[in-house]
Design a protein around this ligand. Structure first.
Ligand SMILES: Cc1cc2nc3c(=O)[nH]c(=O)nc-3n(C[C@H](O)[C@H](O)[C@H](O)COP(=O)(O)O)c2cc1C
Length: 325
């Protein structure tokens, strides 16, 4: 039976979604790298892990990675540029020290993995297999492939296909491939990821960007440039989701590939916009650092918005943008 909204005589809309077999109470996920390993937020007042559909943990590599020189974050108009450089303690440490602590929560835990060669990605996927408390893997393919001249995996369909195929061979966990916007045609990369064995796609990662201090004439980041996130990138992300959804709905008939929209989300209306463009779920990153609105508020706003639109299920809105002719 559906619950009723307090004080209002209408049925509470169904916000539940399923991404590659991962069942979530609502479409809100926390984006990788903006939330540490999830345990830190137990100290933050007003945040409850169980309110969000899923938490994507910080990007994790095979071995401990020290990251880039400071400063690693520069504030710019409508967003931030970061160059963290994947600082993390390595997969074994994460599996041993963080995953057991996260098992107490009802939310779903997705491990975001990164590597500098196909074999490295393969080895991490192998180590995650059968770990209790990990519900899925998100693969960050925006890393340089050291064995092939340092070109990022996400920039080349062949490299994307090969790395995803290798990871797929190692794991039965739901496999989400995270796409970069820094490409000429994101659809070609989406296609390669699906052919390699992706169960779902998440997009977008940050947009390559740079900021210069005019007094010192130096870049504002220790690594000179980094990735832009926050509201500045939302319209880019909406378009990439739209393009990818159009491709999948027209050409990928035999397999259902859900999309997770990421980029500049701050409100319920932003989430509905991503869903209309073709996303089944979303991730919130940079705005979790600002906390203008709580997740609880966003969830209640989505329910109200759906009621206004006379929709009983959030799923009914996926890809329902009405295009101008
Ligand atoms: C400080 C910071 C660290 C990030 N680290 C990662 C990471 O480790 N792996 C990854 O796939 N994406 C990482 N991202 C990208 C976010 O997950 C997300 O794709 C991007 O920020 C766009 O969403 P947003 O505008 O809501 O932040 C990071 C973003 C930020 C701001």
């Amino acid at each position: 039976m559906q619950k009723k909204l307090p004080g209002i005589n209408i049925e509470k809309p169904d916000l539940s979604v399923e991404i590659a077999g991962i069942k979530m109470n609502n479409p809100i996920m926390i984006a990788s790298g903006t939330f540490g390993y999830g345990t830190e937020f137990s100290e933050v007042e007003g945040f409850s892990h169980d309110e969000v559909g899923a938490i994507v943990l910080k990007g994790t590599t095979l071995n401990k990675t020290r990251g880039n020189p400071i400063p690693r974050i520069a504030e710019v108009d409508c967003g931030i540029i970061n160059s963290i450089g994947l600082q993390n303690p390595g997969i074994d440490f994460v599996l041993k020290n963080y995953i057991p602590k996260l098992r107490q929560y009802k939310t779903k835990i997705i491990l975001n993995i990164a590597g500098y060669s196909e074999d490295e990605y393969k080895e991490i996927a192998k180590r995650i297999n059968d770990v209790n408390g990990v519900h899925g893997i998100e693969v960050n393919i925006s890393c340089p492939n050291i064995k092939e001249g340092g070109m990022q995996f996400c920039l080349d369909p062949k490299m994307t296909f090969r790395v995803i195929e290798k990871i797929r061979g190692e794991t039965k966990l739901p496999l989400i491939v995270k796409l970069s916007p820094n490409v000429t045609d994101i659809v070609q990369i989406a296609k390669a990821a699906i052919e390699g064995g992706a169960d779902a796609l998440s997009l977008i990662n940050t947009v390559t960007a740079m900021a210069i201090d005019t007094k010192t004439k130096r870049p504002k980041l220790g690594a000179n440039f980094g990735g832009l996130s926050g509201p500045a990138i939302k319209p880019i992300a909406i378009h990439k989701i739209f393009q990818t959804y159009q491709y999948i709905s027209q050409y990928v008939k035999d397999k259902k590939i859900p999309l997770i929209g990421i980029g500049g989300i701050e409100s319920a209306d932003d989430i509905i916009e991503f869903i209309l463009a073709g996303a089944n779920a979303v991730q919130i990153g940079t705005s979790t650092m600002i906390y203008k609105t709580t997740i609880e508020q966003i969830i209640s706003d989505i329910a109200n918005r759906l009621s206004e639109l006379n929709e009983k299920k959030i799923n009914n809105l996926v890809g329902k943008v009405i295009l101008n002719t």
